[in-house]
Design a protein around this ligand. Sequence first.
Ligand SMILES: Nc1ncnc2c1ncn2[C@@H]1O[C@H](COP(=O)(O)OP(=O)(O)OP(=O)(O)O)[C@@H](O)[C@H]1O
Length: 263
Amino acid sequence: MLKISSVSKTFFPGTVNERRALVDVNLTLDDGDFVTVIGSNGAGKSTVLNTVAGRIIQDTGTVSLGGRDISRLKEHQRAAYVGRVFQDPMAGTSPNLTIEENLALADKRGKTRGLGLGVTSGKRERFAEALKVLELGLENRLKAKVGLLSGGQRQALSLLMATYTQPKVLLLDEHTAALDPQRAELVTRLTRKIVEEQGLTTLMVTHNMNQALEVGNRLIMMHEGRIILDVDAQRKTQLRPEDLLEEFARIKGGVMDDKTMLQ
Ligand SMILES: Nc1ncnc2c1ncn2[C@@H]1O[C@H](COP(=O)(O)OP(=O)(O)OP(=O)(O)O)[C@@H](O)[C@H]1O
């Protein structure tokens, strides 16, 4: 279970640049919950993910995973529990290393690092088996440098790497946004498959409302640092993107003018 309790975060407090990124955010995910997160620009979506990952430490409140308070753990100390995929396909992989070396890195995540990235034949077999899930034929290219892969292939590999050691929570930060529609579709399909097969507890930020409605078993909408809407699985199946825009306008008394929210 992931529990975010009364978390607030203000950047540059007391200055002209003060930004209240999170205001008393409460969110509990049961094991296996797959929650999509939407909201206007600057709503606090990435900051929520950053506080779970430990990249940002909240001012007040706590974050706990499986009943353990991880609030004060540094990002690298949470690496064993938290998998993350970013928007940039280049961010999750090392271009100068081969596919199998990248997977060896993923395999070591959160463990004490040894010196080299020695890939034994046993490991190689396991990597090849895992790569088959992606249906991209990468299992036949274990010794290819990752820098040679396309953006979509790299993002699929990033996803596999982020989930390789079955993290307690998976954080997806607009991880399909930089891909063309076909590749985005592929990575979305793989995401559903991997999350479902491993029963991963997942938070996925997206600007694509169709994707937010189609994927996962719950949806939250954020605005100005707060969760303003929380939709369960059943209600989610009945909603259309237009309904979300209407909900936003109803709650905030304004119009969602972010074009990207209309995708
Ligand atoms: N590291 C930081 N330093 C200073 N301000 C930050 C930092 N990270 C976020 N902010 C500010 O906090 C607020 C929330 O930002 P956040 O990135 O969480 O929004 P978001 O919902 O992910 O937005 P977007 O959809 O535009 O990516 C914004 O006002 C942003 O400028």
